[in-house]
Design a protein around this ligand. Structure first.
Ligand code: DAH
Length: 339
């Protein structure tokens, strides 16, 4: 008898399964009324009284071990979703599919691309690690030009000619080098500046550059293009171009849109003026055309550059630029577009 108990005990100890069916068979085999343990209990009635005590204890132990084994495997199978067959209940409603959402910067970038593509602008890209020529020199910013200080630069330590581009204007240089006028392109991308991080500034952000070169392109074309953009993007139909300075454009201007002064927020973000600056622009400097082998006697053009975070902050009323980079799922989930 003892031998049989020990043998059964070893079988139970060694048993394991990932299947509910096998576990049920285990229960029937050992724990049902006519199961192995039940049979042993029947036999137990007839054992010699000298070993009765020992047998009884072992038998009880065996029964408890089998019951424990059953319970623990049952629990494991229920906990473990992997083994929970999705075919168990065919009437069960399907689990909802969780849609992700696009990052607000992506949504705004895609919208900008969409707006400009309607009026014939292509999309172009360039490298984020740029050389001095494309980021500065070709843009009429020779070495030691004081305007280089406007953009605090991250240089590549091993090679002083390489840097992380400080603006997407570098892409217009590349585009002009490779293409013949007429050309109309926008270049969205990531840019880098060695700036202190705050609610309004970050060392990594995004810009979109615009470039239009053809015969007889005028400042009026620039203004109309920007007006079209602000109407489409913000639904605002008043802009002003404020004289400014950029080495790569002449004349140069700052783009302001009239945001209005209706709400308290309007007052706050426009500092009580109703006007908001969204970027820079101008007529491409003849030196930049020459640097990229385009004849300034024959062609003229305009360019503009805008910050994508700034536009997104305005559109979605986001108070702190750092929110774009924290990847807080509660923030990101609010942007439902899958564009
Ligand atoms: N590159 C300028 C900046 O990052 C923005 C800019 C201004 C771009 C005028 C242009 C432009 O193309 O014409 O501050």
């Amino acid at each position: 008898m003892i031998e049989l108990i020990n043998k059964t005990s070893a079988e139970i100890d060694g048993f394991t399964t990932n299947s509910k069916e096998e576990l049920e068979q285990f229960r029937i085999k050992y724990l049902s009324k006519k199961g192995v343990i039940g049979e042993l209990f029947s036999e137990f009635k007839t054992v010699d009284s000298s070993v009765k005590r020992e047998c009884g204890q072992s038998l009880n132990k065996l029964k408890n071990a089998a019951q424990e084994k059953l319970n623990s495997l049952k629990e494991k199978l229920e906990d473990n979703k992997e083994f929970k067959s999705s075919y168990d209940d065919l009437t069960r409603p399907a689990e909802g599919v969780e849609f992700g959402s696009s990052h607000p910067i992506t949504i705004v970038k895609n919208r900008i691309v969409e707006i400009f593509s309607k009026i014939g602008f292509t999309v172009s890209e360039g490298p984020e690690i740029e050389d001095d020529w494309h980021n500065f020199t070709a843009l009429n910013l020779p070495k030691h030009h004081p305007a280089r200080d406007m953009q605090d630069t991250f240089f590549v330590e091993q090679n002083p000619d390489l840097l992380l581009r400080t603006h997407t204007s570098s892409v217009q240089v590349r585009y002009m080098e490779k293409n013949e006028p007429p050309m109309r392109t926008i270049s969205p991308g990531r840019v880098f500046r060695n700036e202190d991080i705050s609610a309004r500034a970050h060392c990594i952000f995004h810009q979109v550059e615009g470039l239009y070169i053809d015969e007889n392109v005028s400042f009026a074309d620039l203004k109309q293009t920007l007006l079209y953009f602000t109407k489409e993007m913000f639904g605002k139909s008043k802009i002003r171009l404020r004289p400014s300075y950029f080495p790569f454009t002449e004349p140069s201007a700052e783009i302001d849109i009239y945001w209005g002064l209706e709400t308290e927020v309007d007052h706050k973000i426009t500092k009580g003026t109703g006007w908001l600056e969204i970027g820079g622009c101008g007529m491409v400097d003849p030196n930049v055309l020459k640097n990229t082998n385009i004849d300034p006697e024959k062609y003229s053009g305009f360019a503009f550059g805008m910050g994508i975070e700034r536009i997104a902050m305005l559109l979605y009323q986001i108070p702190d630029i750092r929110m774009f980079y924290e990847n807080d799922i509660r923030f990101l989930k609010q942007f439902k577009s899958v564009l």
